[in-house]
Design a binder for this molecule. Structure first.
Ligand code: ATP
Ligand code: RIB
Length: 301
């Protein structure tokens, strides 16, 4: 049994679909409003848990009614939430998302997510001691992220670090993690002086750059590997990166090669974006197997 521990944000998404995005000071009429579950950490945990058992979430939500719904949603996706704290004085995390012609703009408000205090209890230490992979993103304080990465380095725990939303990351920090998965715009902020090709060559088998409908680029130490995305018609690409990261994590802990894990992540993301909401379309293993592109050699029972 392989354990994935996701440490990250848990938020409610407030999603407006519109044909016109308002300029500052302008009011426009939108087409639709929906509330859905989000937060990059929770999204990645759900993507992994739809495919793999033994996914645990670590983070914080508020005492508000959203907090309880966020916990219930994780639990109903078979994710262990015994290390998600409920904090007073801060609202649960939220994101206001505008969907316009299948592309999105997001304002994220951390709220309780920024109250995660790091590895402060024996309970979290015990959980991390059982982890086969620890998954992190950037919707919580940098200090806590670095503390977890240092703990994992000292204790030989592989880390998948998805630096989203973008923050400057030092070479020292990148050196400490096992997989580093920016999208193209995050890559440009983190490596302003490098092309994507130059970047992946510097970090073979570690730096995996997601390139939207083009797929994922990495370097295997001998050659550059471009793993193309599957050709689909997206309805809502919110959470494409999260689905990729969660499914990639599930495949890696299963022992699949990096190339197959990337293909697996691409397939999960391509299925996810054909439905509304960050988590709405994240595929189960059954749905993965139902795809014409599923490869028998992946051998998930
Ligand atoms: P988001 O911020 O919307 O969650 P992202 O910008 O972090 O996503 P992307 O690089 O856009 O991440 O996409 C992640 C992966 O999702 C891609 O590598 C690809 O596998 C898949 N994907 C994204 N967009 C498409 C698309 N239009 N068609 C097929 N696959 C896609
Ligand atoms: O990656 C998508 C997620 O980022 C959304 O679910 C939203 O919560 C945002 O922060």
């Amino acid at each position: 049994m392989s354990n994935i521990v996701v440490i990250g944000s848990i938020s409610t998404d407030f999603v407006v679909t519109t044909e016109i995005s308002p300029k500052l000071g302008e009011t426009v009429e939108g087409l639709n409003f929906e509330r859905s579950f989000g937060g990059k950490g929770a999204n990645q945990a759900v993507a992994a848990a739809r495919i793999s058992n033994n996914v645990s979430m670590v983070g914080a939500v508020g005492m508000d009614s959203f907090g309880q719904e966020l916990l219930d949603n994780l639990t109903s996706n078979c994710i262990d939430v015994s290390n998600v704290e409920r904090v007073t004085g801060f609202p649960s995390g939220s994101a206001v998302i505008t969907l316009n012609k299948n592309d999105n703009a997001i304002i994220y408000v951390a709220g309780a997510n920024n109250q995660f205090q790091g590895i402060t209890s024996d309970k979290i230490l015990n959980l991390l001691a059982q982890a086969d992979l620890v998954v992190l993103q950037n919707e919580m304080p940098q200090e806590q992220i670095e503390q977890v990465i240092d703990y994992c380095l000292d204790n030989d725990k592989p880390v998948l670090y998805n630096p989203a939303p973008a923050r400057v990351a030092s070479k020292e920090l990148i050196d400490k993690v096992t997989y580093f998965t920016p999208n193209e715009s995050e890559f440009k902020i983190i490596f302003p002086n490098l092309t994507v090709s130059e970047g992946v060559k510097k970090y073979p088998n570690k730096l995996l750059v997601t390139l939207g409908s083009k797929g994922v680029l990495y370097h295997d130490g001998q050659r550059e590997v471009m793993v193309p995305a599957y050709r689909v018609k997206p309805i809502d690409t919110t959470g494409a990166g999260d689905t990729f990261n969660g499914a990639f994590a599930a495949a890696i802990v299963k022992g699949m090669s990096i190339e197959d894990s990337v293909k697996f992540g691409n397939l999960a993301a391509s299925l996810s974006i054909q439905k509304f909401g960050a988590q709405g379309g994240m595929p189960t293993m059954e749905e993965m197997k139902g795809s014409a592109w599923y490869e028998e050699k992946w051998d998930f029972e």
